[in-house]
Design a binder for this molecule. Structure first.
Ligand SMILES: [Zn+2]
Length: 298
């Protein structure tokens, strides 16, 4: 079975993660723009981060046979630095329309402040203008209200519900998201709130429609193999394999391929790796023998 992890921050992961992910069947990842653990203090930091998402990280993933896509956006935490936030909003269009960018995200609320609301709204308006998919990070506190408000504001701005992905759901929020007609994504964190077993129960209860599984793995305690691990648990517990495929592969592709940026055909074929390739004179190798797959003509 093939997998996509549609929410993962590879920039903070190591090459062993890429190797393990590829070995477990992950053939594509989507990396939303997020914060870095501490606030950035000038616009250059954002610019370099966005450039890395569409540049080096995309290349790095390719060297392990994984297609890398990303999302551009200003996260809610850093939206509260209002002067800098304005500069980031001006910068965003330069990166949001680049190749490989499949959505505006992750955006939304953290503490639900007026500054967060302004930044969220401005980015929703941009997404509507550009006909882009939006991925919303729901707050970890007051999640239920945060999600309701995220959906209401997106609807007011005119985001079609088919282009709205709400992430970090749990049992208490899934009904609101599915009833609204949006995509309901679930982040599987190890040893916490939303673990694999709870995801299995949710899929048993709600079925596979519009439900998306991801890891949100980053620089914190998280698991870049959360998607294949959850899929395995679903299969062990007699969930129909087609449901597993839908929640761990097709739904995310259906949601994000609305961008026109995802090469579905390439995803269906076996990836071919050439580690002799370079990105701006840099390689992922440190003296190792490059892996070079033979290209098989179709
Ligand atoms: Zn994230």
């Amino acid at each position: 079975m093939k997998f996509i992890d549609p929410h993962i921050h590879m920039i903070s992961r190591i090459t062993a993660d890429y190797e393990a992910m590829a070995a477990e069947g992950i053939v594509a990842v989507i990396e939303p723009a997020f914060w870095m653990g501490q606030p950035r203090t000038d616009i250059g930091a954002f610019q370099h981060y966005f450039a890395t998402l569409v540049g080096w990280e995309r290349f790095r993933a390719s060297q392990f046979g994984i297609q890398h896509y990303c999302m551009m956006g200003l996260n809610a935490k850093e939206a509260n630095d209002e002067g800098l936030a304005r500069e980031v909003l001006e910068l965003l269009p330069r990166y949001a329309l680049k190749e490989g960018v499949v959505a505006i995200g992750e955006i939304g609320y953290d503490e639900i402040t007026p500054a967060e609301e302004r930044v969220y709204q401005a980015q929703l308006e941009f997404a509507v203008e550009q006909d882009m998919v939006v991925m919303v990070h729901s707050p970890h506190r007051d999640k239920k209200n945060g999600i309701r408000r995220s959906i209401d504001v997106a609807r007011e701005v005119g985001v079609p519900m088919t282009k709205l992905v709400i992430d970090h759901n749990n049992e208490e929020t899934v009904d609101d998201v599915l009833e609204a007609g949006a995509w309901a994504a679930f982040t599987i964190y190890p040893h916490t709130k939303m673990g694999s077993q709870r995801m299995v129960e949710l899929v048993k209860q709600y079925g596979p429609e519009r439900i998306i599984v991801d890891s949100s793995a980053d620089w914190g305690m998280s698991d870049p193999l959360a998607v294949p691990r959850t899929a395995k648990l679903m299969l062990e517990q007699q969930i129909d394999p087609s449901w597993v495929e839908q929640t761990c592969w097709h739904n995310a592709l259906d949601a994000y391929s609305q961008s026109g940026q995802i090469d579905i055909e390439a995803l269906e074929s076996t990836p071919s790796i050439d580690q002799r390739e370079m990105f701006l004179d840099s390689s992922i190798l440190r003296g190792q023998e490059p892996r070079v797959d033979e290209v098989v003509a179709n």
